[in-house]
Design a protein around this ligand. Structure first.
Ligand SMILES: Nc1ncnc2c1ncn2[C@@H]1O[C@H](COP(=O)(O)OP(=O)(O)OP(=O)(O)O)[C@@H](O)[C@H]1O
Ligand SMILES: [Mg+2]
Length: 363
């Protein structure tokens, strides 16, 4: 059984046991817990029903002039896969982790939402309201702030898979906050690449941000403003990512990480340094990393049967790269995709088939 399956099994057992996890102090919550549980769209405290996600209903509450976010677990979680079913438990577990981490080092975890109260069995998570907006334009400060938070997350032994635009809020002081931890899992950063253990070197924090948010943003930018504008923003992100990984490598060495983990992190830093050395190198690195992210996104979208026009655009980009003879990506262990398959025709066939699914699963 792989690491991820072990985690799933343990979490499902936990849910079935009926055990409770409570975070925060009920007596300090702005309302009695019974009142929080009873809240629905008709409640006087509800300023806005933000949405019904697949796992939870989300409300903005106003209580005595102060704003809060209430996440209420749905009676039946609509995500059919195991990670969907464990996501509420997982989030409550992470809320507990972060409240402990914040007590020890509030400054390091300022990019993480504050939890007022959470209960697994009562199915509620009450957070302080984050006054923020989705990121429309990335800046060097945003990259640096986000990567600083990711550094503190990973050095605490946690890994966030879902850094999608809907899970990031930009505040007016230019800092970024994270608040959705349904897919953030524990791991041993000194011994493992990520919560999948040693199986998937492809996944790392900068990649997660690029795959879930940034490469889509750059693809749109290419369309609106051209490739040069996208490359300027990509360079800025890579500079910040390089600083982040140099800090990460230092931490790994200081904490006697396994040499394979140090080398793996150094490989990315080396790759990015080379990419940052000139326009042609940068464009090549962008070609490689964007293609990796497109492919991972395509797999996600096809797997979830939720494809969009963007998915189609990505699969077309992948196909034209393969047609042009670019199978280098599949051979590189840092990007090891498709089991290292290199044969151009087989890759073309494979992605032509995938494209059919992408068309079939358009939302
Ligand atoms: N503490 C908060 N302050 C302000 N807004 C919040 C807060 N928590 C959540 N939100 C808003 O509610 C939305 C959904 O919250 P969240 O991502 O936690 O739930 P979710 O179950 O993942 O929903 P979805 O499936 O839509 O991602 C966020 O995109 C954000 O706009
Ligand atoms: Mg979310």
């Amino acid at each position: 059984m792989g690491k991820a399956d072990e985690r799933r099994k343990t979490q499902i057992e936990f849910i079935n046991s009926g055990a409770e996890i409570e975070v925060g102090d009920a007596s300090e919550a702005p309302l009695a817990i019974s009142e929080l549980i009873a809240i629905d769209g008709s409640s006087a405290y509800v300023e806005k029903h933000i949405g019904s996600g697949l796992t939870a209903d989300i409300y903005k509450l106003k209580i005595n002039g102060k704003s809060w976010n209430l996440k209420k677990k749905r009676a039946e979680i609509l995500v059919r896969n195991i990670d969907g079913r464990t996501s509420f438990l997982n989030e409550v577990q992470r809320r507990g982790d972060f409240e402990r981490l914040k007590k020890a080092n509030a400054q390091a975890y300022r990019g993480i939402v504050d939890t007022a109260y959470a209960s697994l069995n009562k199915g509620i998570i009450l957070s302080h309201w984050i006054e923020g907006v989705p990121v429309k334009k990335y800046t060097r400060e945003i990259f640096a702030d986000l990567f600083n938070t990711l550094y503190h997350i990973e050095t605490a032994g946690l890994f966030e898979y879902d850094l999608c635009p809907g899970n990031l809020l930009l505040q007016s002081d230019g800092s970024v906050r994270l608040f959705d931890f349904g897919y953030m899992y524990p791991y041993s950063p000194l011994k493992e690449f990520n919560p999948d253990g040693m199986q998937l070197p492809l996944f790392h924090p900068a990649e997660r941000f690029e795959t879930r948010s940034f490469m889509q943003h750059l693809m749109d930018m290419e369309d609106d403003q051209g490739i040069e504008a996208a490359l300027v923003e990509y360079r800025s992100e890579k500079e910040a990512a390089l600083e982040y990984y140099e800090r990460r490598i230092k931490w790994l060495i200081e904490n006697a990480a396994d040499p394979g983990i140090v080398e793996w992190s150094k490989s990315f830093a080396g790759l990015w340094k080379k990419g940052l050395s000139g326009r042609a190198e940068l464009a090549k690195l962008y070609g490689t990393e964007s293609m990796r992210s497109y492919i991972l996104d395509i797999y996600d979208d096809v797997g979830g049967r939720s494809c969009t026009r963007e998915t189609l655009k990505k699969v077309d980009r992948v196909l034209s790269k393969i047609e042009a003879g670019n199978s280098f990506l599949f051979a590189d262990p840092l990007f090891s995709l498709d089991g290292g398959e290199l044969d151009r025709d087989r890759l073309l066939n494979k992605y032509t088939e995938i494209k059919k699914r992408v068309i079939e699963y358009q939302l």
